[in-house]
Write a protein that binds this ligand. Structure first.
Ligand code: G6P
Length: 610
């Protein structure tokens, strides 16, 4: 997983590449580099560490030239270092490549090249691609690249340039994402749209198995075996400023505060005025009788998206009366699951590019399941693989720790439950109308919860001296606890665990000592008393207890050391406001520790390799 960029046009390439890489840093940030062609020579500059190092290097010693390629890396083969940083060149220095993904047969290829006398300067799988293109080169970069990738196996995106053909860039997509931006007399290549959005809104998505030939005059798309491809341009309407920090110290905080707007967007056009029980999802078209005949729903995802899946399980089982399995995609893809034509697989992914989630989705399709994608990224691989589609419309999410994407996934799940429940006949018009009415209140409810940020900030100090934190809850509160705990560990680096409240006494209680912070989520009326018992158990061990509870809960202050309040909503919708204080708590604990919140160590926004 890495970010890749390319530029051909009349302007200086290096600043454009660096600017694009800055917007792609969420994909990886352990080294960065560019290769720029001045019309005769390729000059490579690269450095271990964050992009700022490369940028400083280029300030001191600029590289002139109006075409080039760039890369920000997240290491897979070979540790982060200057020599493993991309771009990689062939021994003559005439061909340079940047690469995102994995070349599975690189060792065999490398041995073959070594036997033929080649020398390598890095431990990466990517460097073999530069050698292969050079080996195949006979004056036409497109053909050389085509022949080179025919020998490589794996999931990747590749961008190639050569000083022998200045002003030409060739790129290939084999699973990993790649887009082309068409400007006036200039063309951009990038791993995703926000990287180039401030240059152009005319985007051509490169599909799997396609190769694109780029010059300043335009981009020509073909299949890898040479058939021309006509692709309609996507007109992107996002506001470029949406992808900027907008005055907040971190993208994460900005994105937390964007949640009311994000929820509004998710709901827009999907709830009908005058028909209070009806939900319209334009890209969801179940065949007649499908919903009624459904025998099982599989939900698959990773990370935060999986936690959204835990909410889906409770919501779908409750409203649809159908068994729901939630499976980590990286587990599901290697299982022999009982997925079949009677089932619906719901794959959830902010990026729509997570390799494991895609693999699980393909498996479900192979087994005859209908595939529904819940994703935030328009045109993502998952979106184009699915039979049905629900875009979450959170807008670009830059912080590695997901917040607004998670919340809109939840909202999307309620919308789906409404559609399926009505079609299945398990949700009557009155119940549906009540749920719709509840959904309409969510932007305001989230706004009100956000207005209490100062209280949560004050609470954060109580967590800072601790090495371990626990989050507990039952049912939907457990799902929220899981996500709250993930947020805490991702950015504060405090060890954090979540578990069902009833499970605590079966082991973890041994770790609770005086002052250990325990966060209890308490929104589910049916199990309220039971969770209070668990709270008492940790109190008895002198834990420091923080409860997330409704405004009108008059009981809780008797039990917990601190109470964080959220507005009253129907219990089913509680995960939406209840996650807000936990996001803010994690944020303020991490901020007090001075961490790099938007780019936590060892993590990346989108894991496009296994
Ligand atoms: C990475 C990110 C997580 C994210 C997960 C799934 O691990 O760091 O924040 O939840 O991938 O990403 P997806 O794009 O599939 O939702």
């Amino acid at each position: 997983m890495c970010g890749i960029m390319g530029y051909v046009g009349p302007r200086e390439a290096a600043p454009i590449l660096v600017d694009g890489l800055r917007r792609l840093e969420y994909r990886g940030y352990d080294s960065a580099g560019v290769a720029v062609c001045d019309g005769r020579h390729l000059v490579v500059r690269k450095a271990e560490g964050k992009l700022a190092r490369l940028s400083e290097m280029l300030d001191v010693d600029p590289v002139p030239g109006s075409s080039g390629i760039g890369h920000t890396r997240w290491a897979t083969h070979g540790a982060p270092s200057d020599h493993n940083a991309h771009p990689h060149t062939d021994p003559s220095g005439e061909i340079a490549v940047v690469h995102n993904g994995i070349i599975e047969n690189f060792l065999a290829l490398k041995e073959e090249l070594l036997a033929a006398g080649a020398t390598f300067t890095s431990e990466t799988d990517s460097e073999v691609l530069a050698h292969l293109v050079a080996q195949e080169y006979d004056g036409d970069l497109l053909e050389a690249t085509r022949r080179a990738v025919a020998r490589a196996k794996g999931a990747y995106a590749l961008v190639v340039t050569s000083s022998r053909e200045p002003g030409r860039i060739v790129a290939v997509r084999m699973i990993s994402p790649l887009v082309v931006g068409l400007g006036k007399g200039e063309v951009f290549l990038a791993s995703d749209i926000p990287a180039i959005l401030h240059h152009t809104r005319d985007i051509m998505v490169v599909d799997n198995g396609e190769i694109v030939d780029v010059t300043a005059d335009g981009a020509h798309l073909q299949t890898i075996d040479g058939r021309p491809v006509q692709r309609d341009l996507l007109q992107i309407t996002w506001d470029a400023a949406q992808a900027e920090r907008g005055g907040y110290p971190h993208f994460m905080l900005k994105e937390i505060h964007e949640q009311p707007q994000a929820v509004t967007e998710t709901l827009t056009g999907r709830l009908l005025d005058g028909e209070p029980e009806t939900v319209v999802l334009d890209d969801v078209h179940f065949p007649p009788g499908f919903a009624r005949a459904l025998d099982r729903i599989w939900v698959t995802a990773c990370g935060t998206a999986l936690h959204a899946g835990l909410v889906a399980k409770e919501v779908f089982e409750g409203l649809l009366r159908v068994p729901v399995e939630v499976a980590y995609a990286h587990e599901l893809r290697y299982r022999d699951p009982l997925i079949g034509p009677g089932s619906l697989t719901v794959a959830i992914s902010q990026s729509g590019e997570t390799a494991d989630t895609l693999a699980a989705a393909y498996l479900a399709k192979e087994r005859g399941s209908r595939l529904l994608a819940v994703t935030n990224v328009v045109g993502s691989t998952l979106s184009r693989t699915a039979d049905d589609l629900l875009y979450t419309r959170a807008g670009p999410e830059i912080a590695v720790a997901s917040t607004k994407a998670y919340m809109t996934m939840l909202v999307g799940e309620y919308l789906l439950a409404l559609v399926l429940g009505r079609e299945r006949g398990t949700l009557d018009a009155t119940a549906a109308a009540a749920l719709v009415a509840g959904l309409r209140t969510l932007p305001r409810v989230v706004e009100e919860t956000l207005a209490r940020e100062e209280d949560i900030k004050a609470l954060a100090a109580g967590f800072n001296g601790h090495d371990h934190v626990y989050f507990i809850g039952r049912g939907l509160d457990y799902a929220v606890a899981m996500e709250g705990s993930l947020k805490m560990k991702e950015i504060s680096y405090i060890h954090s665990e979540a578990m069902p409240a009833g499970e605590l006494k079966h082991g973890t209680l041994a770790l609770v000592t005086e002052g250990t912070p325990v966060v209890v989520v308490l929104t589910q009326t049916a199990v309220y008393d039971k969770t209070i018992s668990a709270l008492q158990e940790v109190k008895a061990r002198r834990a420091f207890t923080v409860a997330v509870a409704y405004d009108d809960d008059t009981e809780i202050a008797k039990h917990a050391d601190r109470v964080v309040r959220i507005p009253r909503v129907p219990d089913l919708l509680a995960p939406v406001p209840a996650i807000v204080p936990l996001q803010l708590l994690a944020y303020h604990v991490a901020a007090a520790r001075g961490h790099d919140i938007d780019q936590p160590r060892n993590l990346a926004k989108s894991v496009t390799v296994e």
